[in-house]
Design a protein around this ligand. Structure first.
Ligand code: UDP
Length: 327
């Protein structure tokens, strides 16, 4: 069985490629390498181009018999999305629309879609279930919700099956220590903490200590990237077997405050990791925690990794690749 992974040179996509290969799937990657890294793809067949270029995708779909698509390719930075909504609507919504159109034209009717907790905005309830109303508060979340909605209508009209997976905070690295997070600029909490641990940054700025939480810092729900990759495979297999569409939250069912993450990283790395409090970062909801009960019940998904495993695997990656893939 052959799976097309869009954005397969990116952080989460490349970990999914590795997990698919480990499970015996044939994999084809499409990535325009605007954010991704060629080295992250390994020996998998890579097409360099845009998922929204229907001429290019015609070549991909005619040269390969694809059974399902995992669609990771997207821009995913909240702050950037607020400054550049045109680029976000174009790169996320418009390009996805052309990808789905190409799929339908070539009779490929199954897609696993990378959605996000950002589609929920500032929910009134925590933990967040799939029934929690989706009211995004930033352009990034809004573009992902627009794609979820598009998939529903494409399902009704064209019989396109889709699994929309709403991720919470993804971190960690492949157990080999050779596939991991390499963003430029880096904005995420765990990689930044580890860059401080490794002396690549002077200190961590903790954004806000006056939130209505136990220690005043934001609470997030962290999931290991390899647990996330397994969830994609389970969702794809379920969709292919049952010829259906659905949506699932993927988190851990529990949350950690930013200070708890900092302390866990100090413990795992044995490093001091200096920190200072700074103002809140605009657009940060105080608490985002998922219930993943639905994915566990329906997909049979079981997380293997806890927060210390997440930090330890990310630390191993950053130690082995202090400059990311550019060595
Ligand atoms: N955060 C922080 N300092 C940083 C980066 C992030 O205090 O240098 C906080 C951020 O404000 C949020 C949490 O860490 O409360 C998680 O942020 P991240 O960007 O990792 O993920 P998000 O939840 O925004 O997807």
């Amino acid at each position: 069985m052959s799976i097309l992974v869009t954005g397969g040179a990116g952080y989460i996509g490349s970990c999914a490629v590795a997990a698919l290969k480990e499970k015996g799937y044939e994999v084809v990657v499409v990535d325009n390498l605007s954010k991704g890294h060629k080295q992250a793809v390994g020996d998998v067949k890579l097409y360099i181009g845009s998922v929204g270029d229907e001429t290019f995708m015609h070549k991909v779909f005619t040269e390969n018999k694809i059974d399902a698509v995992m669609h990771f390719a997207a821009f995913s930075l909240v702050g950037e999305s607020m400054l550049h909504p045109y680029e976000y609507y174009n790169n996320n919504v418009a390009q996805s629309m052309h990808l789905f159109h190409s799929m339908i034209e070539h009779g490929v009717k199954n897609v696993v879609f990378s959605s996000t907790a950002a589609t929920y905005g500032e929910p009134e309830e925590n933990p967040i279930s799939e029934e929690t109303p989706q009211h995004p508060i930033n352009t990034y979340g809004q573009t992902k919700l627009a794609i979820e909605d598009m998939l529903k209508w494409f399902g009704v009209a064209y019989g396109l099956n889709s699994m929309s997976l709403r991720y919470f905070n993804v971190a960690g690295a492949h157990p080999s220590g050779n596939i991991g997070e390499d963003h430029n600029p880096e904005t995420h909490l765990i990689p930044i903490i580890l860059q401080v641990a490794l002396g690549k940054r002077e200190k961590l700025s903790v954004f806000g200590n006056d939130y209505p939480t136990k220690d005043g810092t934001c609470i997030r729900d962290y999931i290991h990237v390899m647990d996330l990759a397994q969830a994609h495979i389970l969702a794809m297999e379920y969709m292919l077997k049952n010829n259906c569409s659905d949506e699932f939250n993927l988190g851990s069912g529990g949350g950690y405050s930013n200070l708890e993450i900092l302390n866990a990283a100090r413990k795992v790395t044995g490093c001091e990791i200096p920190s200072v409090f700074e103002d809140r970062r605009p657009g940060d909801p105080p608490v985002l925690v998922a219930t993943s009960e639905k994915a566990e019940r329906i997909l049979g998904w079981h997380r293997q990794y806890g927060i210390e495993d997440i930090i330890a695997s990310a630390f191993a990656w950053h130690k082995a690749h202090p400059n990311g893939y550019d060595e």
